[in-house]
Design a protein around this ligand. Structure first.
Ligand code: MN
Length: 246
């Protein structure tokens, strides 16, 4: 079963991530195949590219994130297939596999340029077009040989030269959520439970540890400044406060 590995890695009594049990009929029919990129602050900051194919999301973890500069070849480590519903997930994974904060960084549709997608995936050379908010135009995923050495193959994500390519750092230029307007990691954590990692954050040392400390402190301060009188609908209150603040 395509989602066995996904489910084996997670305890759904402890994570808000979808368990993949939603029937396919629940999924909205869109004009094209769905794609998204989730910015994931876990033990290391990375970006997860997801491409809808055969009812699931093919997935790659990209440590440096996608680049729209064709000179960059970004390492993309293939990970387990994810359920379709995962594609728009944004929130806090309090513990376990992938513990951290997930931001929906881009979403849209993708169109294969390779005539036979399954054959292209087997061959390790998939060409496709993205139509997202941030990522557009023609791209390639090329499987590498002898890279990584883990059980899953490594690929390179490369932007083709077209009108959507350029020497811009898209991750720095457009760092925020496309799901919650203007939300950064601290906003997403503040809307959930900012105190969840005050004792044991997913990363404790190095740059990622420092980043977590800063984001947790920011989220706690945001939550405190919004007052604690309404405890019934914390998420809604946080969203309203975010709107007011900006
Ligand atoms: Mn991830």
């Amino acid at each position: 079963m395509p989602l066995d590995e996904y489910r084996r890695k997670r305890d759904f009594s402890k994570t808000p991530e979808p368990d993949g049990s939603a029937p396919p009929s629940k999924r909205k029919k869109t004009a094209g195949l769905f794609f998204s990129v989730q910015k994931h602050l876990a033990t290391h900051l990375h970006y997860d590219l997801r491409l809808e194919w055969n009812g699931v999301l093919l997935s790659w973890a990209i440590p440096k994130g996608p680049s729209i500069d064709p000179a960059d070849k970004r390492l993309a480590m293939q990970t387990e297939d994810h359920p379709f519903d995962y594609g728009t997930f944004e929130g806090v994974i309090p513990e376990g596999y992938g513990a951290g904060i997930v931001m929906l960084w881009d979403r849209g549709t993708w169109t294969p340029e390779s005539p036979d997608v399954d054959a292209a995936l087997r061959k390790g050379d998939l060409k496709f077009t993205l139509d997202g908010y941030k990522l557009k135009g023609s791209w390639a995923l090329v499987r590498t040989r002898g890279y990584g050495g883990g059980s899953r193959p490594s690929w390179l994500l490369i932007k083709h030269r077209d009108e959507w390519a350029g020497p811009l750092d898209i991750g720095e230029f457009a760092p925020l959520s496309v799901k919650t307007p203007d939300a950064d990691f601290a906003d997403i954590l503040a809307a959930d439970n900012p105190a969840v990692w005050t004792t044991n954050p997913p990363a404790k040392t190095g740059d990622t540890g420092k980043l977590f400390q800063r984001i947790i402190a920011q989220a706690v301060a945001m939550k405190e400044s919004r007052g604690a009188q309404d405890t019934t609908k914390p998420r809604r209150r946080a969203k309203a406060a975010t709107k007011k603040r900006r």
